[in-house]
Design a binder for this molecule. Structure first.
Ligand SMILES: Cc1cc2nc3c(=O)[nH]c(=O)nc-3n(C[C@H](O)[C@H](O)[C@H](O)COP(=O)(O)OP(=O)(O)OC[C@H]3O[C@@H](n4cnc5c(N)ncnc54)[C@H](O)[C@@H]3O)c2cc1C
Length: 456
């Protein structure tokens, strides 16, 4: 600490231990910084360069992988969370990139605006969500990174770059889904729309009916999500459309959703750790008693998009071409029905339009994301690796691209083959970070290979 400037001493901490949301990955950085200005970020980069240390920025720590980990210098930019500008006519908002989505929704609401699409939760930071091209659902909506109009990056050389389609455009394309490997993103402007309400209806459905009517189901609303209850033929289809109807949102039954759907479910899954054969019956029970009844709600958009993701979990999620998803799901069903393995519900099925974000898993193709989950009741371990192996083999064989935030088994070669802009991204990355400050184990394993500065 003594070697730090007076300014850096005020924002540096020793002995910080980081754990991600699901408590599945963690690290102990040598120094942990909480800057609130770009100037301080530049100073941290200079210090890391001098001391030959790596840097990772952490957003809200929600990624279920080692993507944000480092034992060198970790930066949290949660103090860079201010609103910078609103242009109501153009529908563009500019914020500091450490703002979390909950705050962003309120800021947007105060200005009569809202995000057009959203994932399951709003705990992430703006920069973190975009760094992994996180997604919501809806065949007419690309990854959330498509909302970015411009951004400011402090790169690995300590330079501050404003990037858009007309300014540093290659850096912009790479930084829209940066994987945290180009430097620190400090500001973003996002394209948003006037605030709106969504009417969401959830109905029970049968697995084969969903697969046989695939195009109809996937396009049956602006936003469609399917939950499949593996070991059964049961699904629920959730559909949401923009509406002028007034808010009508009866508070969900505490007994059904909180007591049974959360607490009893967690307790039952904990018992099932010792008796896995119970899992299919548990799935049937919770489907029949908690999830199968039709529901309807009208509310502000961000409240309807988000839902309760319950408790810590192992997750894996890949994107495959939309039309290949029925085959993937049938093969997964076949494996689950013929294997000894018992798996948790739900398998979550969501849809994303093709986009042009270089490193987005939906780059250049309409996409179906299939997410698999194994809950960790009370944070306890459960077996999941065999499930993941078979799931990944299926997704890989159908041209799958893993969600960047989630731990996966793709190699640099696999990824280079499936991303047409992979080498362009790598070239920009190497220019922005020639000393490899932002290369951690994840980036080395999946992006740059053993030679961080490999000749392109
Ligand atoms: C319960 C749960 C629900 C989820 N739901 C969805 C969903 O519906 N859809 C979906 O697509 N994903 C979902 N995710 C995944 C989540 O959106 C991603 O993991 C996202 O990247 C997390 O954002 P974060 O702010 O926590 O970032 P972190 O996990 O902290 O970091 C992610 C990456 O962003 C980088 N980063 C963060 N800030 C900056 C910055 N300022 N500059 C440069 N790089 C930066 C980090 O270095 C790292 O590489 C979910 C995750 C959980 C745990």
């Amino acid at each position: 600490m003594q070697s730090l400037s007076v300014d850096l001493q005020k924002i540096a901490k020793e002995g910080h231990h980081f754990r991600n949301w699901a408590n599945t990955f963690g690290c102990s950085p040598e120094l942990y910084f909480e800057p609130s200005t770009e100037r301080e970020i530049v100073e941290i980069i200079q210090l890391a360069t001098k001391n030959k240390k790596g840097i990772k920025v952490v957003g809200s720590g929600h990624s279920p992988s080692d993507l944000a980990l480092t034992n060198d210098y970790m930066i949290s930019i949660h103090k860079l969370n201010r609103l910078l500008a609103v242009d109501n006519d153009k529908g563009i908002i500019t914020v500091e990139a450490g703002m979390d989505l909950h705050t962003l929704h309120q800021v947007l609401k105060n200005n009569g605006l809202a995000l057009s699409n959203l994932g399951s939760i709003s705990d992430q930071s703006v920069a973190g969500v975009m760094a992994t091209a996180s997604h919501g659902t809806g065949t007419g909506y690309g990854s959330l990174s498509t909302m970015i109009v411009d951004l400011t990056l402090v790169n690995g050389k300590g330079e501050r770059l404003f990037c858009s389609t007309t300014s540093n455009s290659d850096v912009f394309e790479a930084a829209r889904c940066s994987l945290g490997a180009l430097g620190v993103i400090t500001r973003m402007s996002l394209k948003v729309e006037p605030e709106f309400r969504l009417e969401a209806k959830q109905v029970p459905a049968k697995f084969e009916d969903v697969l046989q009517n695939w195009d109809t189901v996937t396009n049956s609303a602006e936003h469609v999500r399917v939950w499949w209850f593996p070991h059964t033929q049961d699904c629920v289809v959730w559909r949401a459309n923009r509406t002028d109807k007034p808010v009508s949102n009866n508070p969900p039954s505490w007994l059904k959703y909180t007591f049974v759907g959360f607490h009893v479910y967690q307790f039952a899954l904990n018992i099932a750790r010792y008796r896995q054969s119970m899992i299919p019956s548990l799935t049937k029970f919770f489907y029949n008693n908690v999830h199968s009844s039709p529901t309807e709600v009208v509310d502000e958009s961000y409240k309807v998009f988000n839902f309760d993701c319950l408790f810590p979990q192992y997750v894996n999620e890949w994107a495959i071409p939309l039309e290949k998803a029925p085959e993937a799901l049938r093969r997964l069903d076949n494996f689950i029905n013929t294997s000894e393995l018992k798996v948790h519900f739900p398998v979550e099925i969501r849809f994303v339009d093709e986009d042009d974000v270089w490193m987005s898993p939906s780059f250049g193709r309409k996409t179906c994301y299939i997410g698999v989950i194994m809950y960790r009741p009370y944070g306890k371990p459960v077996p999941y690796k065999k499930y993941w192996r078979v799931y990944e083999d299926i997704m890989r064989s159908l041209g799958g691209r893993p969600h960047w935030a989630k731990a996966h088994g793709q190699t640099v070669d696999d990824l280079e083959e499936s991303y047409p802009k992979f080498r362009d991204y790598l070239q920009v990355r190497n220019q922005m970070d020639p000393n490899g400050l932002f290369v951690n184990k994840y980036i080395e394993r999946h992006i740059v290979g053993k030679q961080p500065m490999a000749k392109l």
